[in-house]
Design a protein around this ligand. Structure first.
Ligand SMILES: C[S@@+](CC[C@H](N)C(=O)[O-])C[C@H]1O[C@@H](n2cnc3c(N)ncnc32)[C@H](O)[C@@H]1O
Ligand code: SF4
Length: 454
């Protein structure tokens, strides 16, 4: 790929991560519980269910996820009881015949639970929500350090066709610094086990920007990943937010690679995967031709939601469990992050909804445009005009002006029919998408809310 590193570093500025939701719009308290319930009751779209299992045995110091560290199994069992009750409340609120096209177990470490416990959750969920699409995407995040054959039996029983393994980096020095010792053999055994059970798509998560990482050390990790031959790889830019996550203060910041080294690592990673049969998908994923994301990008069918890139756009995402985020056509909703409050709400027969945001017409239009840009690196102006009922250039007159510097640098091309982002521009997609974000101005000056885009 022809990537201009100079341009890349010049334009890469801090910004919102755009992983959970597509603009810097903020969740607020104005979105009331009753409004959320109405959205759930009235929704007709197909369903995407996300169940959060927040527990982990010990902290990986880089972790930015919503995690509860515990060695007490009683705490984890208690959570399952509440999860069961939450599913029951949800089933009395929503039309349970809506078709489920996507399911995801996220964490934390879902496989820190035993196979029997995961079986119990799935069986209960299916008893309340029976209408699963034949080609539903059913996935789970797995930490290879906590994974065995019994887990895989249960995943097979319930039709799991995608698994995602956390690796991050195989370098021993990096692993020691981030408090996550995970051998290559242990990881290979986990990948082989999933393959043996016929899992269609195996993903591996890597992070660049961790302590002690260098281009030379990361090259070795990439060779090992090649040997594992995953269908998909996610290469996340390390989001360092020690003011939000205390464990990130546990390593020496001076051991973090410099922005220049990070750029070299990222550029090398892109070349490595594209030279080894993968296509770059969106801003941080790579997929092999046998993965459905690969075909989706050329057909313009790629979408980005809270769970990452997917071909199942338009489904109503329902977040179940502590901290989970849900997404409807016109809203985002988040469950409480506080276990005590979670239990109290459920004891009262309420869903654990805490806050969210309702999208007005302008938010809705901007979300559609930002999502399209982030997924496909282009905007089909005529199609967007037809679907959203706007005159694109008139509606986004001011926003298009903000894109001018990218156009002048050849990173973005605009004509009457299309906006197209160049290969280097694709790496800057978050910065380019910010031009359409009505909430950016409010955020500028509050850089601590952001992690760096590179
Ligand atoms: C919930 S975790 C993965 C599941 C499992 N607990 C594990 O660690 O294998 C999801 C992924 O988020 C990514 N991640 C976590 N913290 C991050 C951070 N601060 N910056 C970038 N990516 C991060 C990691 O790649 C991780 O595998
Ligand atoms: S990276 Fe995974 S295992 Fe490590 S603390 Fe985060 S969620 Fe837990």
């Amino acid at each position: 790929m022809s990537i201009n590193l100079e341009q890349f570093s010049k334009y890469s500025k801090p910004g919102p991560r755009y992983t959970s939701y597509p603009t810097a719009l903020e969740f607020n308290e104005e979105f009331k519980y009753e409004d959320y319930i109405n959205f759930l009751k009235e929704g007709k779209e197909k369903l995407s269910l996300y169940v959060h299992l927040p527990f982990c045995r010990s902290a990986c110091y880089f972790c930015g996820c919503n995690v509860v560290f515990t060695s007490k199994h009683s705490k984890m069992s208690r959570y399952i009881e509440y999860l069961k009750k939450e599913i029951d409340i949800l089933a009395t609120t929503i039309d349970t015949n809506r078709e489920i096209v996507q399911f995801h177990f996220g964490g934390g470490t879902p496989t820190y639970y035993s196979a029997n416990e995961l079986d119990f959750i799935m069986t209960h969920l299916k008893s309340k929500f029976p209408n699963w699409s034949k080609d539903a995407e059913i996935s789970v995040e797995i930490d290879p350090r906590f994974f065995n054959k019994e887990h895989m039996e249960i995943f097979k029983k319930h039709g799991f066709n995608r698994v995602s393994f956390g690796v991050q980096d195989f370098d021993e020095r990096v692993q020691e610094a981030v408090h996550r010792i995970q051998g290559f053999k242990q990881t290979k055994d986990a990948v082989d086990l999933a393959r043996e059970y016929g899992v269609e798509s195996i993903n591996i998560d890597l992070i660049y920007g961790l302590p002690y990482q260098s281009l030379e050390s990361f090259k070795k990790t990439l060779e090992k990943i090649k040997e594992l031959n995953p269908n998909r790889v996610a290469v996340f830019n390390y989001a360092h937010v020690p003011w939000l996550k205390k464990t990130m203060r546990k390593f020496d910041e001076t051991t973090l690679p410099s922005p220049g080294e990070k750029l070299k690592i990222f550029k090398y990673t892109i070349d490595f995967f594209t030279n080894n049969g993968y296509k770059m998908i969106g801003m941080d994923h790579f997929a092999k031709p046998d993965d459905e994301l690969f075909g989706a990008i050329s057909k313009g069918e790629l979408h980005r939601n809270f769970q990452g890139y997917t071909t199942k756009g338009g489904a109503n995402l329902i977040g179940i469990g502590l901290t989970s985020i849900g997404e409807g056509k016109r809203y985002y909703a988040q469950n409480t992050k506080d276990m005590k409050v979670y239990e109290e709400k459920i004891d009262k027969g309420l869903l654990p909804f805490e806050r969210g945001v309702v999208l007005d017409d302008d938010d809705f239009i901007r979300k559609a445009v930002i999502m399209e840009l982030m997924a496909n690196f282009s905007i089909d102006i005529k199609r967007v005009e037809k679907e959203l009922g706007i005159d694109f250039k008139e509606y986004f007159e001011k926003d298009l002006e903000k894109l001018k510097e990218f156009v002048d640098e050849g990173l973005v091309k605009i004509d009457d029919k299309k906006i197209e982002v160049s290969e280097t521009g694709a790496l800057l997609i978050r910065n380019i998408a910010m031009a359409f974000d009505a909430y950016m101005q409010k955020y500028i000056g509050n850089k601590k809310s952001f992690s760096k885009t590179v």
